[in-house]
Design a protein around this ligand. Sequence first.
Ligand SMILES: [Zn+2]
Length: 271
Amino acid sequence: MKTAVVRVIQQTLINEGFKPGTVDGRLGDNSYRAINEALTKRKEGLPGDWAAWSNPRKSIAYLQLLCKERSIDSGDIDGFWGPQTDYAADTLTQLLATGEMPKPWRDETPLSVNPNNWPLQNEAELNTYYGAVGTNQVSLALPYPHRVAWDLKTTINSYQCNAKVHDSAKRVLKRVFDHYGMERIKELCLDRWGGCLNVRKMRGGTQWSMHSWGIAIDYDPEDNQLKWGRDKAVFARTDYDAWWRFWEEEGWTSLGRSKNYDWMHVQATKL
Ligand SMILES: [Zn+2]
C-alpha cells in the first residue's frame, strides 16, 4: 500500500478517536489494532468472515469502507487491492487533501474549432504562416497587468508575440479579464506569466519550441510543471474551465487538455 494511503488511513483513525500511533505512513501493531477496532464498529458493512482476515487485508477493507462512506466506488468490500480500489484510494486521498472530489476528466473534450486557421505543428507550415523563428514579432498590450512568474515583483503591461496571433491573444485575455475580474485572476494565478517569444528547442526534444515563433504562451509554470498531469497541475481544475474555453474558441491548443502534460502552455497551432 502506498505511503500516502497509509497516512490517510492513520489520520482518519485518529480523527475517529482511535489510537494508531503517529501518522508515519507505515502499518504496525498500533495501526492494526486501531483498524480492528474501527472495523468492529462497522461490522454490518463487512462480509461474515472478516474477523479471520489478515491485518493487511483488513487495512484494505477499512480503506474501501472509508471510500464507500464518501460515495466513492471502490467495488466490493473484500479487502483485495484491485484497479477499482486503487482508483478509489487516489480519489479519497485527493478529496481529503483538497476538500474537493477530483474533476471527471473522461468527459473533457477540447474544442476542435479553428476560426483563425492556425497551421499544423509542422516546421515548414509554421515558417510559411508565421515567418522564420524569432521574426514578425509585435508588442501585445495586455488587458490586465501580468507578473513575471520567476520574479513576481516585476509587473508587465505588454509582451512580444507573433503579429499573426496578436489580435486573437488580446481577445482571449480581454474575455479572461471580463469573466474573472482582477481579484479572481490573482487568486487563480492567471496573471503569472511564464513567457511567450523564446527562440529555443523544445525541452526534452530536438525541434524548435512553439515559443520560437512567439505563438505559445506559458502561465503559472510553478503550479503547472512540464511533466505534471491533471492529478497535480492546478490548471486542470474546474476553476479554469472558462480560461481554456476562451483559448479553445479561438482555436488555440492546450497541451494539458489534449495530452495531459505542460498545463502551463497554450499554442496557436493544431496538433
Ligand atoms: Zn510553453
